[in-house]
Design a binder for this molecule. Sequence first.
Ligand SMILES: Cc1cc2nc3c(=O)[nH]c(=O)nc-3n(C[C@H](O)[C@H](O)[C@H](O)COP(=O)(O)OP(=O)(O)OC[C@H]3O[C@@H](n4cnc5c(N)ncnc54)[C@H](O)[C@@H]3O)c2cc1C
Length: 630
Amino acid sequence: MGYGFVLLQDEQGERPWQRIRAQRLDAAQREELAARVLACVAERFPDVAAGISASCDFRGVVTLSGQCASYQQLCDLAHAVAKVAGVRNVVSDMTAADVDIPRRDYSTWIAAGEKACLLAECDVVVVGLGIVGAAICRELSRTDLRVIAVEAAEDVACGASKANNGGVHHAGGVTPGTLKAEMSVLGNRMWDQLADELGFSFDRCGDLLYVEDPEDIDELADEFKTAVRNGDWRPRLIDGKQCLEIEHTLAEYGHKPVMGLWMPSQGRVNTYEVVVALAENAAANGVRVMLDTPVCRVETERIAGVEDGEEGSRRITGVLTSRGLIRCRYVVNAAGAYSDEISAMAGDRLFTIHPRRGTIAIIDKAKPPMYRHLTGHMNPEKKQGRDPNSKGGGMEFTPDRNILIGPSATEVPDKQETRTTDEELGFIMAINENPEVSERDIIRLFAGSRPADFSEDFQIGMSEVTRGLVQAGAIQSPGVGSSPAIACMVAGIIREDAAREERPVGENPAFNPRRDRPVRLRELSHEERDALIAERPEYGRIVCRCEGITEGEILDVLRAPIVPRSIDAIKRRCRAGMGRCQGGFCQPRVLEIIARELGCDPTEVCLHGPGSEVLRCDSRGGSGEVSGRA
Ligand SMILES: Cc1cc2nc3c(=O)[nH]c(=O)nc-3n(C[C@H](O)[C@H](O)[C@H](O)COP(=O)(O)OP(=O)(O)OC[C@H]3O[C@@H](n4cnc5c(N)ncnc54)[C@H](O)[C@@H]3O)c2cc1C
């Protein structure tokens, strides 16, 4: 007999994240907190403590400087400081003796932006079009606010949102009392409606964790208690027989569960597909999307009589991009790994991002998942070597039923470093529980970086320092599942603030929540295919043989509200190149279609943005070579 629970988010429940955000420290309290921080460093890191200094602002945000012996020590030290009572977050100005921490150079963009004239005026600029920025844009498009979304990359979903497991997680693995936990539970409930409205694939697959050794039941019970405390819906502790009823294949693989935790709230998406859907719907509802437009300075004005860096000392007036100035009242900071830098540009040093890389292997569809649901054996050995701050790490699968193995978790100093390494490959293959899958079945190995801060919580809210700066940064896992709730929270903050300023936000009377699901020939019956091909013969021409993608589907995405310009952008939208050969056969055809449809020269078509052009020159005149570069 299992235990059924239906829980709702408790408004009165303990919300430590709100308490720490509400605190205001006077000069003496700041000094006292900085002294406690240094005492903690002296005790835990005596070898470097003499060279570390700490200062503290009115919120309890501690800025650390000095040198650590290694980058890993820097992360450990900042994490330890973030746990000192009263510390709200940690800004690191520290260096590491073993590595230079790369910094983004904005000078070329600033020079270009200053040369250009006024680019636009609006109410809200959303910086970054990953899943968080795109969800926010779509939510804001319900209103009459004039919104511009600026993205540094050549397409949407080019940061962490293109390289993750796509889990819409249950709340069993998130620390209770964090904003992460709250957003995760609230966001999780919004996915069925979102998928229905926007026409992307969503699989509410559920998650079954089981133990085979009665000694391990405590682990399972802890996860259950966490899920219950967080307000997850219907987590159930079940016996071994019930485990086999939910996932009968367990027996076929010789597993003998004695107890299980069934969490039906777990779901799966292709995150990049969701980002495209959100951004396209936002654009269709009036949001102006500017790709290849990095923000390089945030324009603010000083508030007279308030010392810089103190509460309410600045107000947003605009952003400088590489294409010119955009004047606005609000800047939403959804810049992922660079959200700390956007915040600092606006005068608010609230947190530092320390990217945590995760490597994931995609397995050929010829090796289907073992189970219908996410199913994992829980035992203490599996936790060994895992990063305590990272979720995930197991056998998962995509809505298209490709097995995913991973991710790993490695602190890396470079925000753009998404290398894959032998060591991390070894780590994720050790997680593999499918006896039929080996390294030979991997069709793609890739890595993404979690934009984590040292508090290991999300940073969402109106900046206390700079009025008009709305933070939606440091969104690490479960950022995908939480994104719909984050978007509602950000829109709510802007609405409230505008009402306070006596400029209330109205509704967008033309808002249409729906976006048609793109045609996917492989999902249609033979009769439906015949009818479609009779009308548009390009649906009868297969381009990507592995995934069965036709020219018609590629043309559809090239005619959508946000036009993809690279081969990878096409892949993210319709899966051409996503299969076993990874574009080996179809890439030249896709390139040709892009060039033809966008009216550009084939040599201008990139794999993933400027600098990744695939062809060097046209050799048809016999004057040069054509070679693959990217
Ligand atoms: C390996 C791995 C596995 C994960 N698995 C899961 C999972 O299963 N479930 C889950 O919920 N979460 C998961 N996550 C976390 C999830 O991927 C992130 O929480 C989420 O993608 C963050 O989205 P974002 O929009 O904040 O950031 P991003 O997707 O990184 O988007 C930020 C955008 O801002 C742009 N930008 C940066 N600077 C500027 C600038 N100056 N001007 C303009 N634009 C700028 C970037 O180009 C980027 O496109 C995983 C993460 C990793 C790395």
